[in-house]
Design a protein around this ligand. Structure first.
Ligand SMILES: C[S@@+](CC[C@H](N)C(=O)[O-])C[C@H]1O[C@@H](n2cnc3c(N)ncnc32)[C@H](O)[C@@H]1O
Length: 203
């Protein structure tokens, strides 16, 4: 693998800008954004209604993922799953139903407003084996080799230091475990100047 240096963007400023966007989504999910949100996005991306209808509205309304992350399959009963950048918790809730009470799911997000929605949804759905933790993808608050499956939906594109992020994903996944990642990719080299432009990261 070719190792490239992380872009010289101001990471603290970028996190503040990303935090502003997703605080907005958590507080006003019906406002206009440059991406699809909520039930309309879940339908548009192909999530089956059998998975989305049982979701508490607080989670479904602020969904902001970019694809149907369980398209390759749902986790099995009894498995341990981490949702990296879990947002309002829709995918984590679906995973928690799939693994059942013998499994466990941890959602990690840096955004308090998103975490509040996700925790309220987990309480409403009475899913005691679903835990939402505040933290950074670059420093996950999860033990080594804890997960059978790691999912992430629309998040890694927001992280400048992708090598550190992927090292963390590797650290928390057990040998033989799997990653299911939905994200936005560009197929052309992005100029350094563009990488430093914080407005473009959230655009
Ligand atoms: C596009 S939203 C997707 C949320 C969720 N996966 C979904 O499908 O609805 C991106 C989420 O990633 C979180 N996030 C972005 N950068 C992060 C970082 N470095 N560490 C932790 N969370 C981060 C944001 O707070 C936001 O909730």
């Amino acid at each position: 693998m070719t190792q490239t240096n992380p872009p010289q963007v101001d990471v603290d400023q970028l996190r503040l800008a990303v935090g502003d966007i997703y605080r907005g989504v958590a507080e006003q999910p019906d406002a206009e954004y440059h991406f699809h949100t909520g039930q309309a996005a879940l339908d548009h991306l192909g999530y089956p209604r059998s998975l989305t209808e049982p979701l508490p509205r607080s989670a479904a309304d602020a969904f902001a993922g970019v694809a149907y992350v369980f398209e390759p399959g749902l986790p099995d009963t009894g498995q341990r799953v981490i949702d990296i950048g879990s947002g309002a918790g829709a995918d984590a809730l679906m995973a928690a139903r799939a693994v059942g009470g013998d499994g466990a799911v941890i959602g990690v997000d840096m955004n308090e407003q998103m975490l509040a929605r996700a925790r309220a949804a987990a309480d409403e759905a009475r899913l005691d084996h679903l835990d939402f933790r505040q933290g950074l993808i670059e420093q996950l608050p999860v033990d080594d080799e804890w997960a059978d499956v790691v999912i992430s939906n629309g998040v890694l594109n927001l992280v400048p230091d992708k090598l550190t992020a992927y090292r963390e994903l590797h650290r928390v996944t057990r040998p033989g475990g799997r990653l299911q990642i939905s994200d936005i990719c560009v197929e052309q080299e992005v100029p350094e100047e563009a990488k430093r432009d914080i407005d473009l990261w959230g655009a």
